[in-house]
Design a protein around this ligand. Structure first.
Ligand SMILES: C[S@@+](CC[C@H](N)C(=O)[O-])C[C@H]1O[C@@H](n2cnc3c(N)ncnc32)[C@H](O)[C@@H]1O
Length: 207
């Protein structure tokens, strides 16, 4: 599912505004976002705690920086785009992670997020169900206590001059059925009217 989410995340990233534009990918993992950014013109810097993940990301052309998203070893305002894909629901201090993401953004820069909401429905679907389905999510990968409170997220971004807009997404059901049957390689994500489970968020830093 991380592959499907990476494709949906990349769709929110516009082409680079100029040569040398930097995209910082917080919790980049194995660099799954990189192939979907091909041709957009960014220097793709990935930050992750895991050296193994950074090695895999490097194979996709990601410039790796080993570090904690709660204290990113990169300078202020270094990035045109900061991406936090499937990472905020893994950190023990959401406000700190948001502050770091916003610190890295240049004025006018774009923050792109996807994560899981702190709701009973999300605990049921994303943990209770999805973690029991084969090849969807590793069992135990999510700590329900770390799911993201959407109000806290929006307020934390606003505090750092980023006005965030949220939209819910889910796998397209016909694609998902095809994938389960082995007839499709990938599954597209589609919008849903609720942000109570899986959602994307996007906002620009005030100039
Ligand atoms: C669920 S994976 C998502 C990877 C990638 N963003 C993607 O969507 O494919 C979470 C990643 O965050 C990393 N991670 C978890 N906590 C972190 C932290 N505090 N600082 C940096 N990386 C962290 C993990 O090592 C892992 O690679």
């Amino acid at each position: 599912m991380l592959h499907w989410l990476a494709a949906a995340r990349a769709a929110l990233v516009p082409p680079a505004p100029g040569e040398g534009a930097v995209l910082v990918d917080l919790g980049c993992g194995a660099g799954l976002l990189a192939p979907h950014l091909d041709g957009k013109g960014y220097t793709h810097i990935g930050v992750d705690l895991s050296l193994g993940a950074l090695r895999q990301a490097a194979e996709h052309g990601v410039l790796g920086v080993q570090g904690d998203v709660l204290a990113v070893p990169l300078p202020d305002a270094c990035a045109e785009v900061v991406v936090a894909g499937e990472i905020l629901e893994h950190v023990p201090d959401l406000r700190r992670a948001v502050a770091e993401a916003c610190r890295l953004l240049r004025p006018g820069g774009l923050l792109v997020i996807d994560t899981l909401a702190a709701t009973a429905m999300c605990r049921l679907l994303a943990i209770g169900v999805a973690e029991r389905l084969p090849r969807i999510a590793t069992r135990g990968v999510h700590d329900p206590r770390l799911l993201v409170d959407r109000e806290v997220l929006v307020a934390a971004c606003a505090k750092h001059d980023v006005a965030l807009e949220l939209r819910g997404i889910r796998p397209k059901l016909t694609d998902f059925a095809g994938w389960l049957l082995g007839r499709r390689e990938t599954v597209r994500m589609v919008p849903v009217p609720t942000t109570a489970v899986l959602f994307q968020a996007r906002g620009r830093k005030r100039v």
